[in-house]
Design a binder for this molecule. Structure first.
Ligand SMILES: Cc1cc2nc3c(=O)[nH]c(=O)nc-3n(C[C@H](O)[C@H](O)[C@H](O)COP(=O)(O)OP(=O)(O)OC[C@H]3O[C@@H](n4cnc5c(N)ncnc54)[C@H](O)[C@@H]3O)c2cc1C
Length: 296
């Protein structure tokens, strides 16, 4: 099938993007297009029929990756451009990017587009949630900033309202004493995840101060839980039997709480819980070890 006819606008300033969206909405439905890697299949299958597409990739201010206190990634930045940067110090993002589809898809697909699309099996929403990324949204009423936890509302559903655009996202850079882990199981490389895991551990003087496990492909949106208490002794060197069983219990609880999908033809809920337990344990230990050695 082919997409239904639509008007196409390619503004070059943030102001004009919002104006084009507002104008288009007076006589139909306007949609933003960035890389088109998720939107074009939707249009081609006529699962959506917007009357106007507003292309954000020519907005110069949104073509930048700024590495300051945070790493700020604009709406027009392709995933591959971030993947190629070696100086960003956001290790979890760097670990996750190569798992998105294939290189050709990442060359057009944008980081902000993936976040705005909010597929529950996508890598980047889980990375953003685990790291506590901040989302800057522009709309007719001006700019607003949202935490990742406020942004994702459900399957393919975010806090974005009609007429609003995600301008950029800020990822915190890794600090000394932080370690990260990432793992994904998919049927073939490039497929969406059956289950994916993100972990973050902060340690100081050989003691875990903060630990989180995130998961994707397990619920209607990415999920993250805090497991600091359960893994506080993970780096103590002389793990007691009680410490090990506390970690095992925490992983079972994490799997039960994170996996809320009822299962599908690719994997049952029980299999997904098992993957969360096994991969979550492995990546938690890896993150804890990295946190002790220095950030990775
Ligand atoms: C074969 C294939 C395999 C893939 N595998 C994976 C995978 O394993 N993991 C994964 O995460 N993704 C995967 N993808 C999707 C890919 O990552 C997309 O690039 C991404 O989901 C959307 O980014 P985009 O820039 O292409 O957005 P578009 O397709 O242009 O837009 C997607 C949606 O987001 C909205 N949107 C885009 N940008 C903004 C913005 N700045 N503000 C507000 N709304 C916006 C659009 O209106 C649209 O609703 C795959 C795609 C293909 C075709």
């Amino acid at each position: 099938m082919k997409a239904a006819p639509f008007a196409y606008a390619r503004p070059t300033s943030p102001l004009d993007v919002v104006a084009e969206l507002a104008a288009a909405q007076t006589h139909g439905e306007a949609k933003i297009i960035a890389g088109g890697q998720s939107l074009m299949p939707v249009l081609a299958m006529r699962m959506g029929r917007p009357t106007t597409l507003v292309d954000v990739t020519r907005v110069e201010a949104w073509q930048q990756i700024e590495a300051g206190e945070h790493v700020r990634i604009g709406a027009a930045v392709p995933q591959r451009a971030v993947e190629r940067r070696r100086d960003l110090r956001v290790p979890l993002l760097s670990r996750a990017l190569p798992w998105i589809g294939h290189r050709e898809i990442r060359s057009r697909g944008t980081v902000c587009g993936s976040l705005a699309h909010a597929d529950p099996a996508s890598e980047l929403p889980a990375v953003a949630l685990t790291l506590g990324a901040r989302f800057c949204v522009r709309g007719p009423k001006g700019d607003k900033e949202l935490a990742a936890g406020e942004f994702f509302r459900g399957a393919m559903t975010t806090a974005l309202q009609p007429g609003e655009v995600l301008q950029y996202v800020d990822f915190p850079r890794a600090r000394p004493g932080q370690g990260f882990g990432f793992a994904e199981i998919a049927r073939r490389h490039g497929d969406f995840a059956l289950v994916g895991i993100t972990t973050m551990v902060e340690s100081e003087n050989g003691r875990v101060r903060r630990a989180r496990i995130g998961a994707f492909g397990v619920a209607d949106r990415p999920r993250v839980i805090d497991v600091t208490d359960a893994v506080a002794h993970l780096l103590s060197g002389e793990l007691q039997r009680a410490d090990v069983s506390r970690v095992a219990d925490a992983l079972t609880e994490a799997a039960d709480s994170l996996v809320t999908t009822g299962g599908d033809r690719h994997a049952s809920a029980a299999y997904r819980r098992r993957l969360v337990r096994v991969l979550g344990g492995r990546e938690l230990i890896a993150a804890a070890q990295h946190s002790r050695k220095g950030t990775r």
